[in-house]
Design a protein around this ligand. Structure first.
Ligand SMILES: [Zn+2]
Length: 110
């Protein structure tokens, strides 16, 4: 599922994902290493509906272009996946936080 999403969005984002890892994670749904162009997704995503899996995958891919959750990131997401804000809210109500970068961005804002 996630690799199909990656294939679909790579050309739109203009970046290649060099490595996709899927593993059990307690604290987040996904993470992105921008320097290695590597995306890690939480194994538990498989339990969620496909729109949410797509959202997390595209979200992490978007970090290859914008390594924060600022206005540029949001505008990029608006272009890629117009319904992402609703999906983000839905996912926000579920236990792990969306991604590691999110926590850093929140810290930076304080
Ligand atoms: Zn993020």
């Amino acid at each position: 599922m996630a690799s199909a999403v990656i294939e679909r969005y790579e050309s739109r984002i203009g970046r290649r994902v060099r490595r996709l890892r899927i593993r059990a994670m307690k604290s987040r749904w996904g993470s992105c290493s921008t320097s290695r162009a590597a995306i890690t997704l939480n194994l538990d995503l498989a339990r969620l509906r496909k729109e949410l899996i797509e959202y997390v995958t595209v979200h992490e891919m978007a970090h290859l272009v914008r390594a924060n959750h600022g206005a540029g990131f949001k505008a990029l997401m608006d272009g890629l996946l117009p319904g992402w804000r609703l999906l983000d809210r839905e996912l926000g109500g579920l236990p792990p936080v969306l991604c590691y970068l999110q926590k850093q961005a929140e810290k930076a804002r304080r």
